[in-house]
Each structure stands twice: as structure tokens, then as C-alpha cells.
Design a binder for this molecule. Structure first.
Ligand code: AMP
Length: 176
């Protein structure tokens, strides 16, 4: 029953070839999010996995991770906190850099976003190479959060992002 639902959700994702640059097949989730039933189903399935696991905070990674993270936090009666690109968060931050195909990127978190020992679920729309979420785990660990799991709507399994994330549980709803 859930398999059929997940196949339907998968069909809602639109492929955009050569975006944002040549050779990348972009998985566009806006067509899933804009369908009320699909959005609810996706969040319901994800959140049911974590009910009873006492999640204190869901971390959303800018920008599509905010959508998934906020909806999950609401469903789990948890708080939501933000990991953002540099210069966007107004208070004092911790920052970390990570490798991209060309060059590096940075993300940051408010230094007081997590109290030591709080149980954290990290959420993003899509797991590709795992570089972004690995950087997010470093920020959460620096603030002494306890990472319960990493949750994604979509995983591009062929990019083997999980191999970078062996220290954590990784869950994705839809795989390509
Ligand atoms: P990565 O650090 O390689 O795991 O990339 C993760 C981030 O890049 C995710 O937050 C996605 O939003 C975005 N991303 C990477 N590759 C794709 C893709 N093929 N389609 C859509 N989004 C992607």
C-alpha cells in the first residue's frame, strides 16, 4: 500500500535536464509540493517514522529543506531550526565549509540554536553527493546536538551520498 503511494509520489517529481548546468538532471520537487495530496502523504509517511522518537528539533537546510523540515517539525511537535548560506542568519553563527565540484561552499547555524543533548532530526529535500548534509552534521555536532537521523524526500542513490554518512542513520522516501 505504501509502495503504491511512493510510486505515485515518485511520478510527481519532474526531470529537468541540464539544470542548473549541462549534464545535471535536476529533480524538480515543486510539482510534488504543489499537489496537496502528495505533499500531505510525503510528510505523513516521513513524520510517522519519527513519532515516538522524541525529536526535540528538526534542522532544515536552506532552501528546500526548510519546507520539508518545517512541515516535519510541525507534525512531530518539535521546534524547527535553520542552517543557511553565509550572511543570512542575524545572530552569532558557527560556520563550516564543504567541497563542491568546483570550489567550496559554506553554511552556518546560530550558535545557540541547539542545547547540548537535544535530539535532532536533519531534513533536506534531496540527498545527492552528501556534501551538504555532512557539513550540516558537523554544525549540529559542534553544538552538541544528538543526531537521531537524516531524512530526505529524495535520494539519488547512484551518487552514493550514504557512504559519506556512515556514522548516521539515513532515510529517504523516494530513490532514483
Ligand atoms: P549534495 O551536497 O551533493 O548532497 O547536494 C545536495 C543539495 O543540492 C540538495 O539540497 C539539493 O537541493 C541539491 N541538488 C543536488 N543535486 C540535485 C539534483 N540532481 N536535483 C535536484 N536537486 C539537487
Amino acid at each position: 500500500m505504501e509502495r503504491g503511494m511512493i510510486a505515485e509520489l515518485k511520478n510527481r517529481i519532474r526531470d529537468i535536464p541540464d539544470f542548473p548546468k549541462k549534464g545535471i538532471l535536476f529533480k524538480d520537487i515543486t510539482t510534488l509540493l504543489s499537489d496537496a495530496k502528495s505533499f500531505r502523504q510525503a510528510i505523513d509517511i516521513l513524520s510517522h517514522r519519527y513519532i515516538g522518537r522524541h525529536i526535540d528539533l528538526v534542522v532544515g537546510i536552506e532552501a528546500r529543506g526548510f519546507i520539508i523540515g518545517a512541515a516535519l517539525a510541525y507534525a512531530l511537535n518539535a521546534g524547527v531550526i535553520l542552517i543557511r548560506k553565509p550572511g543570512k542568519l542575524p545572530y552569532i553563527t558557527h560556520k563550516t565549509a564543504y567541497e563542491l565540484e568546483y570550489g567550496t561552499n559554506e553554511i552556518e547555524i546560530h550558535k545557540d540554536a541547539i542545547k547540548p543533548g537535544q535530539k535532532i532530526l536533519i531534513a533536506d529535500d534531496l540527498l545527492a553527493t552528501g556534501g551538504t548534509v555532512h557539513a550540516a552534521t558537523r554544525l549540529v555536532k559542534e553544538l552538541k546536538g544528538e543526531i537521531e537521523e537524516l531524512a530526505f524526500l529524495v535520494e539519488l542513490s547512484f551518487l552514493k551520498g550514504r557512504e559519506k554518512l556512515k556514522d548516521y542513520g539515513v532515510y529517504s522516501l523516494i530513490q532514483f
